[in-house]
Design a protein around this ligand. Structure first.
Ligand code: NDP
Ligand code: PYR
Ligand code: MG
Length: 576
């Protein structure tokens, strides 16, 4: 060991003239102190002592010419070098676990390119193959075998105090792909990546959850790689008991948690939303998030169509092709909005027609599933009307919405008929993923002579038509849930009320810029998702305050601009 160097050991050394290097450094120190004192006193960030470099940048642990900016470009080049969307998905999934900052930086800077990989359509393929491409654990798995012991499973989550948002699926209806059992975990993961990228939710405060209650997917039950229980889905009663315990334990383990139900098959989607929505902060994305996003797109489409027809939104006639959780969820949201626009509840209900797999839904048709009864027509009692062309001819809809999972259902004849009865037909093929879309953007443009007002669930490329570029909208609940969730957790909402969902929809509708309006867009550009989410979150917080379901008195004292600034400050940003 060695002693620290000393200039002199003499007791008089303090008074001796120091050597030249010491004089020079003292002079330098005094000059720098005089120059920098005002900055220090103002606490200027860049003059604070630097924090130690992150582990990944410590000297010797990275190559000498390593540079973060170039590395981000390198990662993007690696991504683009992959041919298959699923390979890109696997690459990004790996990147997210190795280097979340870089993953989210790439997402934020390339939203339009990366969203279709981590979300629809590619996430659909990833879910189908989830048990085959599985690499490492991500998220929380709770199975029917854990019944009676769910508390202990939840308590195994490593960052229990930080948990704020969870997306929970039972895998029983993933996108339009049917029962995918525990492979549905991919959808919880994908939605939460969008929460982080789109609304700046802290990555470590998100928990993807997949409930394993069996699967009725026979091919999966026979697949040796399948990651779930080898049994058929449990009975309704057994699932209800499981869900009651799960929801109770979730709020015990994670008291600040907001829960998003995702891709439960339709009967369960309605049942569990109704069962828990007044007890816990929970919403169903397929029913409510979809309702909100479609209402928003329709409001903007109605403005554009009224330039040609002069028709207000509440005079529109909306025909739904598909009467499941999404179709009925959207119908409910539209009906509620029509009443705000001055229609009576009955008048609003009569603006809506549903088609299911048996054709037009009407009361005297026979036994109807519970969720279809409210919108069943009582003004038709003839023989079943099963042909979509006949139904369009009968209803004369101004808007045709597809939430059916039936690829290509909006044939050229359907599109041409819609164009024949409307100067600007509103056509939204909303089924996911893209291969289940009721029609493509190109078909819609060509068969309506470019007059269509279009939004689809999964993205389509823009089209050139007679020298103009036409842009498809993406009517996907991904525009809603990040901002809705952010607003709910910041306000510490005890419930997600209808008014909060509606506020998210109106917030989205009025967030288009002049440029976006001028380009004929129905939804804002996805690159602005953070801005949109902040705007939506403010509206959601205000609605939660009005509904008296918040635990955040300090937010109530802020004006809108202070609240908006706070929401933006709370957003996490990758530190790459
Ligand atoms: N864009 C977005 O943001 C969202 C899109 N979706 C998409 O919507 C689709 C439907 O979801 P969801 O409502 O939960 O699913 P469901 O399975 O509950 O609903 C499908 C509906 O389509 C009907 N249908 C099936 N086949 C036909 C047919 N040949 N002709 C007419 N109708 C038919 C069904 O009829 P029946 O009732 O008789 O079985 C049912 O009413 C999915 O593809 C999903 O990805 C969902 C949520 C959000
Ligand atoms: C987008 C979505 O939630 C769905 O297709 O189910
Ligand atoms: Mg969904």
């Amino acid at each position: 060991m060695f002693d620290p160097p000393s200039f002199s050991s003499s007791p008089l050394s303090a008074f001796a003239i120091p050597p030249f290097p010491v004089l020079l450094s003292s002079f330098f120190f005094i000059v720098m102190t005089i120059i920098l004192t005002p900055y220090w006193s103002k606490g200027v960030q860049r003059l604070k002592p630097a924090s130690p470099p992150p582990e990944k940048l410590r000297h010797g642990l990275v190559p000498s010419a390593f540079n973060e900016g170039v590395h981000a470009e390198r990662a993007l080049a690696q991504l683009r070098g992959k041919d298959q969307p699923l390979e890109k998905y696997i690459f990004l999934s790996r990147l997210k676990s190795d280097d979340p900052d870089l993953f989210y930086k790439l997402c934020l800077e390339n939203m339009a390119e990366i969203t279709p990989i981590i979300y629809t359509p590619t996430v659909g393929d990833a879910c189908i193959k989830f048990s085959h491409i599985y690499r490492r654990p991500e998220g929380l798995w709770v199975s029917i075998k854990d019944k009676g012991n769910i508390k202990n499973v939840l308590n195994n989550w490593p960052r229990i105090d930080e948990a704020r948002i969870s997306v929970v699926t039972d895998g029983s209806r993933i996108l339009g792909l049917g029962d995918l059992g525990v492979n549905g975990m991919g959808i919880s993961i994908g939605k939460l990546s969008l929460y982080v990228a789109g609304a700046g939710i802290l990555p470590q405060s998100t928990i993807p959850i997949c409930l394993d209650l069996g699967t009725n997917n026979q091919a999966f039950l026979e697949d040796p790689f399948y990651l779930g229980l080898r049994q058929k889905r449990v009975s309704e009663q057994e699932m209800d008991e499981f869900m009651d315990e799960f929801m109770h334990e979730m709020t015990q383990a994670f008291p600040k948690m907001m829960i998003q139900f995702e891709d439960f098959s339709t009967d369960k989607a309605f049942r569990y939303l109704e069962r828990y929505r007044r007890q816990y902060p929970v919403f169903n994305d397929d029913i409510q998030g979809t309702g909100a996003v479609v209402l928003s797109g329709l409001m903007n489409a109605a403005k554009l169509s009224s330039a040609a027809s002069g028709m207000p939104l509440n005079a529109h006639r909306i025909l739904f092709f598909g009467a499941g959780s999404a179709g009925v969820g959207v119908a409910t949201q539209l009906q509620s909005f029509f009443t705000l626009q001055g229609l009576s509840v009955e008048e609003a209900r009569r603006r809506i027609w549903l088609i299911d797999s048996q054709g037009l839904v009407y009361e005297s048709r026979g036994r109807l599933a519970e969720h279809k009864k409210y919108f069943a027509r009582n003004d038709y009692s003839g023989p079943p009307m099963t042909d979509i062309l006949d139904i369009i001819d009968y209803v004369k809809p101004t808007a045709l919405l597809g939430l059916s999972t039936i690829s290509g259902a909006f044939t050229p004849e359907v599109l041409q008929l819609m164009a024949a009865i409307n100067p600007r037909p509103i056509i939204f093929p909303l089924s996911n993923p893209v291969r289940l879309s009721e029609c493509s953007f190109n078909d819609a443009v060509v068969n309506t002579n470019g007059t269509v007002l279009f939004a689809s669930g999964s993205p389509f490329p823009e089209q050139e038509f007679v020298g103009r570029v036409l842009y498809p909208g993406q009517g996907n609940n991904m525009y809603i849930f990040p901002g809705l969730g952010l607003g709910a957790i910041l306000s510490r909402a005890t419930q997600v009320t209808d008014s909060m969902v509606e506020a998210s929809s109106l917030g989205l509708a009025n967030s288009l810029t002049e440029e976006e309006h001028a380009a004929g867009l129905l939804y804002p550009r996805v690159e602005r998702i953070r801005e949109i989410s902040a705007h939506i979150a403010v509206q959601v917080i205000r609605a939660a305050q009005k509904a008296n379901v918040t635990h955040s008195p300090e937010l109530a004292k802020m004006d809108d601009s202070q609240l908006h600034a706070l929401v933006k400050r709370k957003m996490w940003n990758p530190s790459f």
